[in-house]
Write a protein that binds this ligand. Structure first.
Ligand code: ADP
Ligand code: ZN
Length: 300
């Protein structure tokens, strides 16, 4: 019999929980808004208690969480959400709660590291081993896999907070990040549209100059990831990428920035469409990423 896993996509706006054995067998998915930790984590605990009654014991549980998070197994606060500005959630233990309750291995990582693992296992990263997954949503997060391993390092990658060059004459908006002037997240995540243009991205027409500027900043970010990590594929998800005109613009600007320097078939007109891609798992990248984290935890 196939092993049953639990999966939690712990987002700053909503939680998604599911159980299953793989992408073709994801059961009883539920979603609820992220309110206060007691309430939201209580709902998640209840869900898995019921699921175990219905389907039997879980083998492992995977949690892909909004951050920042503590991923250091030797730390007393391993498994916590740490310094988040999200009200009520700073220093909240998450993974330990589920480990205590269900007594199973817990795969605990950032939401985007989960997503890159899920894409590697079942999606756009199959057969590759060095990948980056960027989500362009309320914030910008980056999951990084190098040689088949998810990168944690000092804490975990904060790929959205790289500082970008900005022409202050053509773009006086310093960005929406409270920590940095001109970081990628501040300049290009969803809230930057309201800040710079006074309207949400979804309300701007496809020929609005906002999209060229957005693609410009995203391509600057990708050029740095390309230079440093040499990823075999770059996966771009998140609400802002729901704009069909963005992918071709980002690809062309990345080619222009590379300027034929790094020579590879992926960095050509013929190859770029399959180099910078949307998640193959689509809007299931988050929850399947959590499932992949569970599977990985079970085999450790
Ligand atoms: P989150 O990052 O909160 O998990 P999303 O990935 O859906 O969620 O990102 C939400 C952000 O994306 C919001 O800032 C929203 O304004 C923006 N967004 C959502 N849909 C679109 C769209 N079609 N075009 C541009 N921006 C969008
Ligand atoms: Zn920042």
């Amino acid at each position: 019999m196939k092993k049953l896993y639990g999966a939690i996509e712990a987002g700053g706006t909503k939680f998604v929980c599911a159980v299953g054995t793989g992408p073709e067998d994801l059961r009883d998915e539920i979603r609820f808004p992220t309110t206060k930790p007691e309430e939201t984590l209580g709902q998640a605990l209840d869900y898995f208690r019921q699921a175990e009654k219905k389907y039997g014991k879980l083998t492992a549980l995977g949690i892909g969480s909004f951050g920042p998070v503590d991923l250091d197994p030797s730390s007393p606060t391993w498994g916590s959400i740490t310094a988040t500005p999200k009200p009520f959630w700073a220093d909240t233990p998450v993974a330990s709660l589920f480990r205590k309750e269900f007594g199973v291995p817990i795969g605990w990582d950032t939401d985007v590291n989960g997503a890159v693992l899920g894409e590697h296992r079942w999606g756009a990263g199959r057969g590759l081993d060095t990948l980056i997954y960027l989500t362009i949503g309320t914030g910008i997060g980056g999951g990084v896999m190098i040689n088949g391993t998810l990168v944690h390092g000092l804490v975990h990658p904060e790929a959205g907070h790289m500082i970008l060059p900005r022409d202050t004459k053509t773009d006086p908006f310093r960005g929406s990040c409270p920590f940095h002037d001109s970081c990628l997240e501040g300049l290009a995540a969803g809230p930057s549209f309201e800040g710079r243009w006074g309207k949400k991205g979804a309300e701007l027409p496809p020929d609005h100059p906002a999209w060229d500027l957005e693609a410009h900043y995203l391509a600057l970010g990708l050029q740095s990831f390309l230079s440093i990590l040499s990823p075999q594929r770059i996966i771009l998800g998140g609400g802002v990428m729901d704009q069909p005109q963005l992918f071709p613009k980002v690809r062309q600007k990345l080619l222009a920035l590379n300027n034929h320097y790094i020579r590879h078939a992926s960095l050509t007109e013929a190859g770029i469409d399959s180099y910078v891609v949307p998640p193959a798992l689509g809007n299931r990248a988050g929850i399947l990423g959590a499932l992949a984290l569970a599977e990985a935890a079970a085999s450790r």
